[in-house]
Design a protein around this ligand. Structure first.
Ligand code: ADP
Ligand code: ASP
Ligand code: MG
Length: 408
């Protein structure tokens, strides 16, 4: 008998019919003698609609109330799924984060899971009850409801799987696995049978929303077997696991992209120590995360300093940088919030040269300008105009031959 934690995403429980279908699937897995604990997201685009509703009430809603609002979406789907399972004759019970509890830090909208009290869930499993847990939410030490960041139900599922010492954590979604890039953008994208934790961390961190970044971090840290599967069609999906050292790692495994970027450039700031600090300190004080940072080579004792932030933080970051650099004579601040970042990821990059050359050659042939570049051991990211993103991703997917299965 295996203990499996399954997580169903928004589109997988997007309608009454889908909830019934998911219940059937859970019943089948339980009927095969497995213990099953389930995590669910809010139905369909409920969370987006709640965000819109809040903005209609107040343009800049209070973060505590925002969390109280957004957490309701997951509570609806847990109760409905439990009802659907009971209708099939299974014992099932819904649980929210306050009831268990799932304790988090107190950062509204981006809290982190600190501890899960799984006693009631273990009792359910031992008594043959399927516990259905609300993803994405938690309880702060002061008793407030919190949420753990958009797409966070994946992370709830893995954290739960770790605490319950499950044999496997399955993320069931509207694609049948992790692809070489988003198959909605590139129809030739190919499903990967396996992806290493390391590569998946980069892909998720660079914008592949198929898995929430912290869910991959958790799984890697605790060695939890993590699988992405379709909630509609049967199949073996994609296993996220330790890198197989016996098999040569692919040079490029996939391409991730992120449209939520905005770039800010301060041109002609004095080239002396402390300038970068003076520009970035107010940004970090305002709790704005900075992604890419580039300082150009100095010319006549002056440099251009560029950085990127999430598009939601653009106006604020621009304003802070304008005031931080107001005393530098001749310096100008420019911003662009119509940029996007694409990242080419592959463990084999460590030992193979030429990936960057091919990237720049391909983008040059497409007449696409590269605005910023950043690299890690297994990733190259470039910032391009948002209008060029799709063309760039398609061209690079072709250039690296990602549509073809690697020859073994
Ligand atoms: P859920 O609601 O189930 O959490 P998400 O919308 O968060 O589903 O994630 C699934 C989506 O991720 C897919 O529909 C797909 O468009 C997108 N996606 C982005 N990159 C990839 C990738 N490399 N492989 C598969 N899907 C991807
Ligand atoms: N419902 C939340 C969201 O839309 C959490 C999730 O789907 O994982 O972001
Ligand atoms: Mg998701």
């Amino acid at each position: 008998m295996s203990l499996i934690v399954q997580k169903y995403g928004g589109s997988s429980v997007g309608s009454v019919a889908r909830i019934h279908a998911v219940a059937e699937q859970i019943a089948k897995l339980a009927g095969q003698g497995n213990q099953v604990a389930v995590v669910v997201s809010a139905m369909g685009d409920t969370t987006d609609r709640l965000v819109e509703l809040a903005r209609e009430i107040a343009p800049d809603p209070d973060l505590r109330e925002m969390d109280a609002l957004l957490a309701t979406g997951e509570m609806v789907s847990t109760a409905l799924l439990a009802m659907a399972l009971r209708r099939l004759g299974l014992k099932a019970r819904s649980w929210n984060a306050m009831q268990l509890p799932i304790e988090t830090t107190s950062h509204a909208g981006r809290a982190r899971i600190a501890r899960i009290d799984a006693r009631q869930l273990k009792q359910d499993l031992e008594s043959g009850i399927v516990p259905i847990v609300a993803g994405f939410q938690g309880r702060a030490a002061n008793g407030d409801l919190t949420t753990i960041g958009r797409g966070g139900s994946d992370t709830t599922a893995v954290a739960l799987a770790v605490v319950l010492e499950a044999d496997e954590c399955q993320i069931l979604t509207d694609v049948d696995g992790v692809y070489t890039t988003d198959p909605r953008m590139v129809p030739e994208a190919r499903r990967l049978d396996r992806v290493s934790f390391e590569e998946m961390l980069e892909l998720a961190g660079q914008g592949s929303r198929v898995l929430h970044l912290r869910c991959v971090e958790f799984a890697a840290r605790y060695g939890m077997k993590l699988r992405v599967l379709s909630s509609v069609e049967p199949g073996s999906g994609t296993l996220i696991c330790q890198e197989d050292r016996k098999v040569e790692a692919p040079v490029v495994s996939g391409i991730a992209f992120n449209r939520d970027e905005a770039a800010i450039t301060v041109a002609r700031v004095p080239h002396h120590p402390g300038v970068a600090h003076a520009i970035l300190k107010p940004i970090s004080r305002a709790a704005i995360d900075v992604d890419m940072i580039v300082v150009n080579a100095p010319r006549e004792e002056r440099v251009d300093f560029s950085y990127t932030v999430h598009r939601d933080d653009y106006e604020k970051a621009l304003e802070l940088t304008r005031s931080a650099t107001a005393d530098y004579p001749g310096a100008t601040v420019e911003g662009d919030d119509r940029v996007a970042k694409l990242s080419v990821v592959g463990s084999g990059m460590r030992t193979h040269a030429g990936v960057a050359t091919q990237l720049f050659e391909t983008l040059a042939m497409e007449s696409i300008n590269v605005r910023l570049v950043s690299t890690s051991e297994i990733k190259i990211s470039v910032l391009v105009s948002e209008k060029d993103l799709e063309r760039a991703v398609r061209a690079l997917h072709r250039a690296y031959g990602l549509e073809r299965a690697p020859s073994s």
